[in-house]
Write a protein that binds this ligand. Structure first.
Ligand code: AMP
Ligand code: ZN
Length: 112
C-alpha cells in the first residue's frame, strides 16, 4: 500500500488544494511553514530517481501546477521554495514522488 496513491484516490482523507487528471495537491499534515503543500503525480513514481523520458511529462505538469497555484494564491511575488527529498539519506519518508511547496514564515535558511 502506498500512502500517497491512497490519498490521490481519496481512499485516505486529505485537505485537497487542487486536482486534475494527472496531479493531486494537498496540505502537509505536519506543516513546516505557513504554506506547506505537497504536489504529487497521481501515477505512482517512487522518487526523483525514477523519473524517465516516459514519465517526465507528469513531472513537468507538477511544476506547471505549482507556478499556477503560487500565482493564483498571490504567493509567487513573495517567494516560495520547492523541495523533493530523494532517498532515505535525503530525508524521504514517503516513497511516492512529491514536491514540498513552502512559503511564508517558517521557511528555514536555504540549504543551497
Ligand atoms: P518526505 O519526508 O520528504 O518523504 O515528506 C513526506 C511528507 O508527508 C512529510 O512532510 C509528512 O508530514 C507528510 N505526510 C505524511 N503523511 C501525511 C498525510 N496523511 N497527509 C498529509 N501529509 C502527510
Ligand atoms: Zn504511490
Amino acid at each position: 500500500m502506498c500512502l500517497f496513491c491512497e490519498i490521490a484516490k481519496k481512499n485516505i482523507p486529505s485537505t485537497c488544494v487542487y486536482e486534475d487528471e494527472t496531479v493531486f495537491v494537498f496540505n502537509d499534515i505536519a506543516p513546516k511553514a505557513d504554506v506547506h503543500m505537497l504536489v504529487i503525480p497521481k501515477e505512482h513514481i517512487g522518487s526523483m530517481a525514477e523519473v524517465t523520458a516516459e514519465n517526465s511529462a507528469v513531472v513537468a505538469h507538477c511544476f506547471e501546477v505549482i507556478a499556477k497555484l503560487m500565482k493564483e494564491k498571490g504567493i509567487a511575488d513573495d517567494g516560495f521554495r520547492v523541495i523533493s527529498n530523494c532517498g532515505e539519506k535525503a530525508g524521504q519518508t514517503v516513497f511516492h514522488l512529491h514536491f514540498h511547496v513552502l512559503a511564508g514564515n517558517g521557511m528555514t535558511e536555504a540549504h543551497v
